[in-house]
Design a protein around this ligand. Structure first.
Ligand SMILES: Nc1ncnc2c1ncn2[C@@H]1O[C@H](COP(=O)(O)OP(=O)(O)OP(=O)(O)O)[C@@H](O)[C@H]1O
Ligand SMILES: [Mg+2]
Length: 402
């Protein structure tokens, strides 16, 4: 037996092993999932306490309590001890009620004539920099504060979809990711057909799964062909076009990018009106981000010469998983601020077990119950998250000229 055959056999054994293990794992995951989320049962959403509801609505708790006492607007659930809470749907109703009954004050923040769709690409090719956590919380915050939001999962690993109850291997079929709306052949379909509702009223999602990788494979092939025929509008315009087809239904689109600067990420950046670069303040991460920025610069130059353009209203760095008690991290943040100045968001996202624990069950801070945690732990995490999100909402509204 020569070496090649031995090697060949070894490989096929390994192949078998991997396939066998993949099967086994898939079965176990299915089982686990059935236990966690029964079939058909959609992910539900908890109620929001009066103080949270008031914050999302932009009124004081006292004012909201008075409305409830006077039976005005949707009526909250009241516990025997007098605690009031609202569903996310009721927040929407209350917002409409407040706007109807106010003299000119706006409570429904939707964009109006002349205010363009905001498309925020959350990027960085460093894995684990907090892209998905940021995207999920931002999208949900925007929805809870009355915006019409579309979250796009552009990562073949599809963690954002999983957070919203769509398991990439089980719940998302062929042609049901963004790939379906940007592919180059005649299987392409309207994005509107691919969009799904989430458990957050006001938040829709384009789920992802491994199928998205096809775009990374197709694009170089199409580019090599030179003239790409009927379906061949240049790759970087495709995502932008797909989003344009549903623009009327949304105020903000938030895109969770994969941890690489491939064609998907480039499409997102070209279709974006804003970029949020998440960075964990550690030396290796910042060095990796430096490479990312250099590559991005080169790519953008190439795209420009091919007729593409990046037209950003704003670009910000967001410090993620920040531990203020960690000296080197604090120095790294100071270094970034001295370098990038106002382009670093004022508020960093602190590291918190509340976020990490919530993620274990595919949840966000807006979904878990505060009672699951030590109060101070939950409150500190939420305060940090809300500060970050509020700062981003201000940038969005500023881009609308408000
Ligand atoms: N502020 C935080 N505090 C604690 N844990 C966090 C925080 N932000 C993110 N994490 C955890 O860090 C891990 C990586 O975060 P996340 O998945 O958001 O990064 P990512 O950039 O999307 O990763 P990838 O590049 O693999 O897509 C996750 O387990 C997440 O729960
Ligand atoms: Mg991610």
């Amino acid at each position: 037996m020569n070496m090649a055959t031995t090697f060949g056999q070894a490989i096929s054994e390994v192949d078998q092993l991997i396939i066998g293990q993949a099967h086994e794992l898939s079965d176990k995951l299915k089982q686990h999932r059935l236990e966690m989320f029964p079939p058909v049962a959609q992910k539900s959403l908890r109620q929001f306490q009066l103080s949270e509801a008031a914050r999302f609505l932009g009124v004081t708790s006292g004012y909201l309590r008075n409305l409830s006492l006077e039976s005005k607007g949707p009526l909250p659930q009241v516990t025997p001890s007098g605690r009031r809470s609202y569903t996310a749907e009721q927040l929407q109703e209350m917002r409409a009620y407040l706007e109807q009954n106010s003299r000119g004050q706006r409570y429904v923040p939707r964009r109006r004539n002349g205010e363009h769709l905001q498309v925020i690409a959350v990027v960085n090719f460093k894995g684990g920099s907090g892209k998905t956590t940021t995207t999920a919380h931002l999208a949900q915050h925007l929805a809870l504060t009355g915006h019409r939001v579309l979250a796009v999962d552009l990562d073949p690993q599809a963690s954002l979809s999983a957070i919203h109850g769509f398991q990439p291997e089980f719940d998302v079929d062929e042609n049901e990711t963004l790939y379906g709306a940007i592919r180059y052949d005649d299987q392409r379909r309207p994005l509107k057909e691919i969009i799904r509702k989430t458990n957050f009223p006001g938040l829709d999602i384009v789920p992802g799964n491994l199928e998205l990788m096809e775009f990374e494979h197709d694009t170089p092939r199409i580019l090599a062909q030179g003239n790409s025929g009927d379906y061949g509008r240049i790759f970087f315009a495709r995502l932008d076009e797909a989003l344009s087809s549903v623009a009327d239904d949304y105020d903000v689109v938030v895109i969770d990018c994969p941890p690489q600067l491939g064609f998907l990420t480039m499409s997102a950046i070209c279709g974006a009106t804003a970029a949020l670069i998440t960075v964990h303040p550690q030396m290796l991460d910042v060095m990796s981000m430096c490479q990312f920025l250099q590559m991005l610069g080169e790519v953008l130059n190439t795209l420009k010469s091919a007729g593409g353009n990046m037209n950003l209203d704003w670009l910000r760095y967001l410090v993620t998983r920040y531990d203020p008690a960690d000296g080197p991290q604090t120095q790294m943040v100071a270094f970034m601020r001295s370098l990038f100045k106002q382009h670093v968001l004022t508020n960093p996202m602190v590291r918190s077990v509340a976020i990490a624990d919530a993620a274990l069950t595919n949840q966000t801070l807006y979904e878990v119950e505060r009672s699951q945690f030590t109060r101070a732990t939950y409150d500190r995490a939420l305060e940090s998250m809300e500060a970050v999100n509020t700062e981003i909402v201000e940038l969005i509204h500023k881009a609308w000229g408000r």
